[in-house]
Structure formats: structure tokens, C-alpha cells
Design a protein around this ligand. Structure first.
Ligand SMILES: [Mg+2]
Length: 365
């Protein structure tokens, strides 16, 4: 008899193995472990399932490379693409993992990007000087079908003054594209229906026109170097002690000027908080509400937006906390290793705004 029981068992095992291989992907999909499952959304890392399946497939690739001794030496492979040696099993596995991860990232980041938020001072310009190549880069970005918003923590310039400055620097920007922390503060004052003591730079007062400020029952504080002296700060202190709410336009520790770094409003806000044992409501970056407000009316979800800025905590960390991607540029207030100040780290750290635009055009659209 040509067929022994052992031969029949071998044949049955081969059939079962063939069926299992043919239906593997369908079975895995049914239990939610397919190759295209477990991949996160826009800008997210691949899921744990995806990583685990990659690992299992890689181990299988390695095992395939370890031929049992009884099968003898592996047949010589044909040369391909000028490679004189086929990749080793472990290198092949590594390449496979990297390839799949790269594909997963590509699939994740190929989701439609709808909006780009751009910081102003330190990113597009530093006071009266434009960042080299920034105007040209902005034109290239405008060529893509994305909404562009300019979001800034300015406390000393009204939106109108900002626009004038930017247009003098030959940036193609319109007023309705600018969203500032002053606008956010005004919105909150109107919502709370309070009469604020405006502890802001005189140039910023234009953005509060029409707001009742006599007999104040609230304090709005921004960067106001000319007003940060004892009598004025003490007046604010007394109002807060009487129960007035403290609204901080932002709490940046410092910012970049032509002559170097300079104290921001943060230390002064913190001083008033400390003296009165109160907590300010912060309206500017890095508050999540600021980024969501900036997107309001655009029809764009945070996951479909990317923020470019020179402040790792306030621009990048804040945007990423709101669900956006964050790109840190090494201009303006950037200092070495700033990217290590936040966790998770910035989606990308690059030299300047033009480099950030190149990355968006090449990888996110
Ligand atoms: Mg900045």
C-alpha cells in the first residue's frame, strides 16, 4: 500500500495549513486584528494591535529564514537591483516592520489637512524684520487648499496695528485671518458682562473700544511695561482682594525682542495670583479654548489642523493638547533643546517657517 497512515496525516495537516493561510486575513479582520486595523487617526501613532501584528509577522519572517538542517543549503537567490547579497532574515524583518510602520504613518498623515495656524512674532517675523523667506513660503502655502489663520498672543498691539506691521513687511494677510489673545479676552469680558481695569499696553486699547471700564469690577492683564509699576499693580491687587475676577491675556514667561529676550506678562500675572491667592482665567495660548476659538467658523476639527510656532509650550504644546499637530521652528524665542520641554514632543522641529511649509506641502497634503 503506497499511502500509510503517516502520509494521510501529513496530507491532512497540509490541507489545514493551506486553509488557515488562505483565510488568515479574513479571520483576523473578524476579530479586529487585520493589517489595516489598529491604525490611529491623523497624526497618531499606530495602535497597539497594529504593532503586535507587525511583531508577529516579523518573527514569522525570521523563522522562515532559519531553514531546518535536513532541508540542506538554501538555493542561491537571483541578484536584484544591483544588490549582491540578499538581506539577512533579521534585516528583512526589520525592513518589513519599518515599511509597515512607514505605511501606517503615511496612511495616518494622508488624512485631509484643512487648516494651518501660524504664530506671528518669532515665526513669521521678529519685531520689524521678517524671517528670511517667510513671505515666499506663505505664498506657497496659499497655493494649497488650506485655511490659514494667524494666531498670536500679542497683548500690546491691536489687530489693526498688527495687520499694518505685517503688510509693511510684505506679508499677504487680511484682518479676518488674524485671531489674537486680545480678541479672546474681549470675548470673555463680554460674555461675563464685567467692567475691566485694562492693565494692557495703550496700543492694545483699540481692541476694547466700546467696553465699559469705569468703576471696574474685573482685571484684564496683558504685557504692559509702561504700567507695571507699584501704584497700578497695587490697584489691581485691591480689586482682586475685593473679589474681582483676574483675566490674563496670556502667561508667557518671556518673549523675543530685537535686543534679546524680555519678561512676558506671566511673572506679573503670577505675582498677582500669589498675592491674592486667586487663579487667573487665561485666554491666550496655550489654552485649549484659544485654539478651538481660532478654528471656530472654519468647519475644521482640531485633528485636521497643524500649528507652527516658536514657543514650544504655548504654541506647540497647547496645539497638541487641543488635538492638532505642532511644528516647532528654531527662530524667535527658540532655545537649544526647547523641544524636550513638552511630552509628547513636537510632531516636527525644523529650522524656520519656510521649512515647516515645505514639510506640510510634501507630507501632510
Ligand atoms: Mg512666537
Amino acid at each position: 500500500m503506497a499511502f500509510t497512515l503517516y502520509s494521510l496525516l501529513q496530507a491532512a495537516l497540509l490541507c489545514v495549513n493551506a486553509i488557515a493561510v488562505l483565510h488568515e486575513e479574513r479571520f483576523l479582520k473578524n476579530i479586529g486584528w487585520g493589517t489595516d486595523q489598529g491604525i490611529g487617526g491623523f497624526g497618531e501613532e499606530p495602535g497597539i494591535k497594529s504593532r503586535l501584528m507587525n511583531l508577529i509577522r516579523s518573527v514569522r519572517t525570521v523563522m522562515r529564514g532559519l531553514r531546518p538542517p535536513f532541508l540542506g543549503p538554501e538555493p542561491t537567490r537571483a541578484r536584484c537591483g544591483g544588490l549582491s547579497h540578499p538581506p539577512s532574515p533579521s534585516a528583512e524583518a526589520l525592513l518589513r516592520v519599518r515599511g509597515v510602520e512607514r505605511l501606517a504613518r503615511l496612511m495616518a498623515t494622508r488624512r485631509a489637512l484643512k487648516a494651518v495656524l501660524v504664530d506671528l512674532n518669532g515665526t513669521l517675523h521678529i519685531e520689524d524684520a521678517a524671517v528670511p523667506g517667510a513671505q515666499e513660503a506663505l505664498k506657497r502655502l496659499r497655493g494649497a487648499s488650506v485655511i490659514i489663520k494667524f494666531v498670536t498672543n500679542t497683548t500690546k498691539e491691536s489687530k489693526h496695528d498688527l495687520l499694518e506691521r505685517l503688510q509693511k513687511l510684505e506679508f499677504d494677510i487680511s484682518e479676518d485671518e488674524i485671531f489674537t489673545s486680545l480678541t479672546a479676552a474681549r470675548n470673555l469680558v463680554e460674555e461675563k458682562q464685567v467692567r475691566p481695569m485694562l492693565l494692557v499696553d495703550d496700543r492694545a486699547l483699540r481692541d476694547f473700544q466700546g467696553i465699559q471700564t469705569s468703576d471696574p469690577n474685573a482685571v484684564v492683564i496683558g504685557l504692559a511695561p509702561e504700567h507695571f509699576h507699584y501704584p497700578v499693580l497695587n490697584q489691581a491687587f485691591r480689586l482682586l482682594l475685593d473679589g474681582a475676577p483676574l483675566i490674563a491675556i496670556h502667561k508667557a514667561r518671556y518673549y523675543k525682542r530685537k535686543d534679546g529676550l524680555a519678561l512676558g506678562p506671566g511673572p506679573f500675572v503670577t505675582g498677582l495670583e500669589y498675592a491674592t491667592d486667586t487663579k487667573a482665567t487665561v485666554v491666550g495660548k496655550p489654552e485649549k479654548t484659544f485654539f478651538l476659538e481660532a478654528l471656530r467658523g472654519t468647519g475644521c476639527e482640531p485633528e485636521q489642523a497643524v500649528m507652527i510656532g516658536d514657543d514650544c509650550r504655548d504654541d506647540v504644546g497647547g496645539a497638541q493638547n487641543a488635538g492638532m499637530l505642532g511644528i516647532l521652528v528654531k527662530t524667535g524665542k527658540y532655545r537649544t533643546a526647547d523641544e524636550e520641554k513638552i511630552n509628547p514632543p513636537p510632531y516636527l522641529t525644523c529650522e524656520s517657517f519656510p521649512h515647516a511649509v515645505d514639510h506640510i506641502l510634501q507630507h501632510l497634503l
